[in-house]
Design a protein around this ligand. Structure first.
Ligand code: GRF
Length: 186
């Protein structure tokens, strides 16, 4: 049995989608565990409904090397809507085992503070014709690790933040589980 750890502090739609994707493939037996830094986040409710453990962590805990004992040795670590910078002890311990999803075509609209609606707002402001998603390995800098996958969608004249967010989430829900499946089968 493989073990996947997900860090999520937002609505958790990606976390839920990934878990359900693997449940639909019972031949791939995977144990999931979610970590969050926000007890009010939507992901907490979703985990409750799915009966998946959701563990609340604070920044001191996350930044202390002893956190490695708690995490153990998962096959993959997924950041899906997690905003804290991953500390270097953690990145170095899990080389090429941590992936993040970003709601834009990196290197565009990445870096500290670029998340959620702010990303879509910038895409609209710049009148970009396309946007999309990027899945990448995590290193010590925000949104800068090696890119594993990008997928695109068109931005139309009548798009707004809400419609773009929907399009981007749709891409995320389609491609993220497929890439994860490839990585854990490698
Ligand atoms: C996603 O758009 C992802 O790209 C970003 O955070 C968002 C999380 O969405 N890193 P959700 O909480 O999974 O719905």
């Amino acid at each position: 049995m493989k073990r996947i750890v997900i860090f999520a502090s937002g609505s958790g739609s990606n976390a839920e989608n990934i878990i359900e994707y693997f449940w639909r493939r019972p031949s791939l037996s995977i144990q999931f565990e979610v970590y969050t830094n926000n007890e009010k986040a939507g992901v907490v409710d979703r985990c409750r409904k799915l009966h998946i453990p959701c563990i609340l962590i604070d920044k001191d805990q996350f930044n202390d090397k002893s956190f490695l004992e708690m995490i153990g040795n998962p096959d993959l670590i997924i950041l899906a809507g997690f905003l804290w910078l991953v500390p270097s002890y953690f990145v170095n311990h899990f080389t090429d085992k941590i992936i993040n999803i970003h709601p834009a075509l990196l290197p565009l609209y990445g870096g500290k503070g670029m998340y959620g609606d702010k990303v879509h707002q910038s895409v609209l402001k710049n009148k970009d014709l396309q946007t999309g998603i990027t899945i990448h390995f995590v290193n010590e800098k925000y949104d800068e690790g090696k890119i594993l996958l990008q997928a695109r969608c068109d931005v139309n004249e009548n798009d707004d933040i809400e419609s773009l967010s929907k399009k981007v989430h749709k891409l995320e829900h389609t491609y993220f589980p497929i890439l994860i499946e490839q990585l854990i089968n490698d």
